[in-house]
Design a protein around this ligand. Structure first.
Ligand SMILES: [Zn+2]
Length: 164
């Protein structure tokens, strides 16, 4: 929450605007809108399995998630997804397509489905200590509940295409 107006440095006040309290400048009328947090994540698919990494840091330490992270300001979420895969697994991903958009009450999570560009072993980055390809029958303890629906969508697609 901002304390002072970025335009004129006057102390802001909480005022109602379109039904919500917003930091508002009483001097110049500036209204501060907080932007939502956006994360991009990838279901990396190979031979009917998905790549999971085990988190070495909180939130969700010791639990498993997909490669992903926050989208930087001005960054295309698709490029953020590719970047996070590279940083967290050392893998280059291709063929990214949008699979799902979820909201956990705080973060908007954009989930892509993709494949590795070159056959290689995943090398967990700083945020993770293990990486594993796991099938739908062997799901590990998940770090985030927003992962469930994309997994279901992926399973449905795999069934309808006869499972790749
Ligand atoms: Zn102002």
């Amino acid at each position: 929450m901002i304390q002072f107006c970025p335009q004129c440095a006057t102390r802001v006040q909480q005022r109602l605007f379109e039904g919500k309290l917003r930091p508002t400048c009483p001097a110049c009328g500036y209204i501060a809108f907080a932007d939502p947090k956006v994360a991009a994540t990838v279901l990396l698919e190979r031979a009917g399995k998905l790549l999971f990494i085990r988190r070495a840091i909180d939130p969700g330490r010791g639990r498993w998630c997909f490669p992903g992270g926050y989208v930087d300001f001005g960054e295309d979420p698709l490029l953020a997804a590719e970047r996070e895969c590279r940083e967290e697994t050392g893998l280059e991903v291709v063929d990214l397509e949008l699979l799902d958009v979820t909201f956990d009450g705080r973060v908007i999570v954009i989930t892509y489905l993709g494949h590795v560009a070159v056959e290689a072993e995943a090398q967990p980055g700083d945020d993770a200590d293990f990486a594993a390809w796991l099938g739908p029958q062997e799901l590990p303890p998940l770090a985030f509940r927003t992962m469930l629906r994309p997994i279901e969508l992926w399973q449905k697609r795999a069934q309808s295409t006869g499972g790749e």
